[in-house]
Design a protein around this ligand. Structure first.
Ligand code: KIV
Length: 280
C-alpha cells in the first residue's frame, strides 16, 4: 500500500547513492506514472523514468520513440508521486549525442521542468564530453553502458555485450570513461556476468545491473516487466514477482460478465433518492 507522501524533504541524494559503492545493494526500478511512483517510493532507493516508457506505455517498437516532452511529462508525474527516492530521468535519443552544448541544454530542461535529481544517458568513451559538460553544469549524471537500447537499430538487435576479449576491453574503457567524466553511477545492461562483476570491482562509482551480475552495486528492472504486466516478450533477465496480466484480465472478464448479466452496478454502486444514505 502507498503511504501518505511526507511533506518534509527526505530525498535520497545522488551523493548518497554514490556512497553506497560496495555497500548494501541499491534498489532501483523504473516508474513512469504518479500512482506507480506512490506505490514504489517506500521500497526503492532510486526511481528511473526510463525512455523504455516509449515501449512500455506508448507501444513504440523501440525506445527511439521517446521524446524530451514525453520524458518531461512522465518525470513530472513521478516527482509528484514520490517523496523519498532519488529520481533520474533518461535523456532520449537525439537530445544529447551531437554536442556537449545540446546535452547540457536538454539536461537543463529536464531538471528545470521536472525537479528530478539527475539525468541518464547512454554511451561510454563516445559520450564522455557530454557527461562531463552536464556534470560541470551542476547536474548529476548516471551513465549507461553495455547493451544500449537506443543503439539497437544500429547494432542489429538486442545483443549481449562482452563476449570477446576486444568487447570486454571496450566495456571496461566505457566504464572508466563514464567514471572519469564525473557520473555518480552507471547502469550496466545486457552483459556477460563475469564482465559486469569485473567492471564493478574496477571502478569507484556504483554499478547498477540489468541482465548483468548479482555482484553489481545495485539492480534495476522495468516495473511493468517485474509485475507481470508486459504483454510482449519478456527478456530472460527479468524475474516476474507478480502476475498483473492475469489480475487485469480476470477483473475485465468478471466486469464484462456482470455488465452483460446486469449484476453490475448493484445497489451499492448507484445513488438513492435519500441524500443521507449516500453520504453514509
Ligand atoms: O529506459 C530504461 O528503462 C532503462 C533501464 C532498463 C535501465 O534504461
Amino acid at each position: 500500500m502507498a503511504t501518505e507522501l511526507p511533506t518534509t524533504d527526505i530525498r535520497i541524494s545522488t551523493e548518497a547513492i554514490r556512497r553506497r559503492k560496495g555497500g548494501t545493494p541499491i534498489v532501483c526500478l523504473t516508474a513512469y506514472t504518479y500512482p506507480v511512483a506512490r506505490l514504489l517510493d517506500d521500497h526503492v532507493d532510486l526511481l528511473l523514468v526510463g525512455d523504455s516508457v516509449a515501449m512500455v506505455l506508448h507501444g513504440h517498437k523501440t525506445t527511439l520513440g521517446a521524446s524530451l516532452e514525453m520524458m518531461i511529462a512522465h518525470g513530472q508525474a513521478v516527482m509528484r508521486g514520490s517523496a523519498r527516492a532519488c529520481v533520474v530521468v533518461d535523456l532520449p535519443a537525439g537530445t544529447y549525442e551531437d554536442s556537449a552544448a545540446l546535452a547540457v541544454a536538454s539536461a537543463r530542461r529536464v531538471v528545470d521542468e521536472t525537479g528530478c535529481h539527475a539525468v541518464k544517458l547512454e554511451g561510454g568513451v563516445d559520450m564522455n564530453r557530454q557527461i562531463a559538460a552536464i556534470v560541470d553544469a551542476g547536474i548529476p549524471v548516471m551513465g549507461h553502458i553495455g547493451l544500449q537500447p537506443q543503439s539497437v537499430e544500429k547494432d542489429g538487435g538486442y545483443k549481449i555485450k562482452g563476449r570477446t576479449e576486444e568487447a570486454v576491453a571496450a566495456l571496461l574503457r566505457d566504464a572508466l570513461a563514464v567514471e572519469n567524466a564525473g557520473a555518480f553511477s552507471v547502469v550496466i545492461e545486457g552483459t556477460v556476468e563475469t564482465v559486469a562483476a569485473d567492471i564493478t570491482r574496477s571502478i569507484a562509482i556504483p554499478t547498477i545491473g540489468i541482465g548483468a551480475s548479482g555482484d553489481c552495486d545495485g539492480q534495476i528492472l522495468v516495473i511493468d516487466d517485474m509485475v507481470g504486466l508486459t504483454v510482449d516478450r519478456v527478456p530472460k533477465f527479468v524475474k516476474e514477482y507478480a502476475d498483473l496480466r492475469g489480475v487485469i484480465s480476470h477483473a475485465a472478464e468478471t466486469y464484462a460478465a456482470e455488465v452483460r448479466s446486469r449484476t453490475f452496478p448493484g445497489p451499492g454502486h448507484v445513488f438513492s433518492a435519500t441524500k443521507s444514505r449516500d453520504d453514509a
